[in-house]
Design a protein around this ligand. Structure first.
Ligand code: PMP
Length: 387
């Protein structure tokens, strides 16, 4: 082993700004990046505790919930998915997972590793689930919980969640929702819609750096946790202990882990940024920008992957790659010439689609115009459009 440090570490990092118009992370507003440059605080210092309280209150509003156990995990969306499944379910218990893209697969993988029994409800990539199909499946399977993805970022599908909560109640089943790629950009009402566990991610519509994940548990979800026969297998993701660090139920703060102080400060600023407008205004802006983007794509002769208009997720648009066009060449040209990120497909859309994100700070008409302009030039360069 060499006694020398790698030479590269001695060189200054030069990070060129890019316009991140993929499915996340999205760019952070300058105020959020500036907030992240604040001096460090101790993870239990009183001034940091005030920041944690502000974050809790902000997430409650964002989720439209009164749930006491509403916190931010110091980890990404995957950890929130895992925290959701491993807290309310024990090994040997059954979860139904609605799968119409990669996130259903991921949830099933996480659940199976924890010994949770998975009944997969298979849908079509590119389509949302109907409440009738969900009811039929739950009646047959009688699971302890039902998991569904609000914004399927791998396929660009928006799931209508209204009405599912009451079906879950009818079958005595907890309603678990992944809203990593939708929350803040589309209507979402945790309490009104009867959602028992809801989580999101910091780096999408919230436009904060990746690494924190808002999450909330209803009273019923907490009851299920209380009645567990076994301890939650993951100490780090045990949300009841974690809640004590976040002063949930006014419990004295407890050292569970060293909070990601800088990321939580940035999240506080991102919540402040989004709070300058109402949630309804944010949902409307995402819808309007989506419309403008879709009209522009149509003008370029491109087709959308999701056929039904109501199933289209405003935050992530999936576009079919036309025959004869190399998808990676187009995204490469956009990055190389214009420093604009457009992503390729994922899971069922891999190799077949491009994905454009319209999220939070990045969701503006000007950015829609920029991405369309860059895409048009790239399509001309590869000979799909004439110059
Ligand atoms: N769920 C959905 C719907 C997502 O879009 C993502 C991120 N692309 C995740 C979960 C996982 O989040 P993270 O990458 O922050 O772990």
């Amino acid at each position: 082993m060499s006694s020398k440090w790698p030479e590269n570490l001695g060189e200054a990092m030069i990070i060129k700004e890019k316009l991140l118009m993929g499915p996340g992370p999205s760019n952070c507003p300058p105020t959020v990046l500036k907030a992240a440059a604040n001096p460090l605080l101790g993870h239990l210092h009183p001034d940091f505790c005030v920041i944690m309280d502000d974050v809790k209150a902000g997430i409650k509003h964002l989720f439209q919930t009164e749930n006491e156990l509403t916190i931010a995990l110091c980890a990404s969306g995957h950890a929130a998915m895992e925290a959701t499944l491993v807290n309310v379910l024990e090994a040997g218990e059954k979860v139904v997972i609605a799968r119409n893209g990669i996130w259903g697969d991921r949830a099933a993988d996480i659940a199976s590793r924890a010994g949770i029994l998975v009944a997969m409800m298979n849908g079509n990539p590119g389509k949302s689930f109907s409440t009738e199909d969900i009811e039929e499946f739950l009646a047959k399977e009688k699971p302890k919980a039902f998991f569904i993805t609000h914004g399927e970022s791998s396929t660009g599908v928006l799931q209508n969640l209204k009405g599912i909560g009451s079906i879950c109640r009818k079958y005595n089943c907890l309603f678990l929702v992944d809203s990593v790629a939708a929350c803040g950009g589309v209507e979402l009402k945790m309490d009104e819609w009867g959602i028992d566990v809801l989580y999101s991610g910091s780096q999408k519509v919230l436009s904060a750096p990746p690494g924190t994940a808002p999450i909330s548990f209803s009273a019923q979800a907490r009851e299920a946790i209380k009645n567990r026969k076994t301890a939650v297998q993951s100490y780090y993701l045990d949300v009841e202990i974690l809640g004590r660090y976040w002063n949930v139920d006014n419990q004295p703060r407890f050292y569970h882990h060293t909070g990601a102080v800088t990321n939580i400060i940035a999240l506080r600023e991102a919540l402040s940024f989004i709070s300058s407008k109402t949630l309804e205004q944010s949902w409307k802006r995402h819808k309007n920008c989506q419309k403008k983007l879709h009209e522009g794509l149509k003008e370029l002769g491109l087709e959308l992957f999701v056929e039904n208009e109501d199933d289209r997720l405003p935050c992530v648009t999936t576009i079919k790659v036309p025959g004869g066009v190399e998808w990676a060449k187009v995204t490469g040209l956009m990055m190389q010439n214009d420093t604009i990120e457009m992503a390729g497909g994922l899971g069922p859309t891999a190799g077949k689609c491009w994905r454009i994100g319209l999220m939070g700070y990045n969701c503006t008409e000007a950015n829609v115009e920029k991405v369309l302009w860059s895409l048009k030039k790239a399509l001309e360069s590869v000979g799909y459009l004439s110059q």
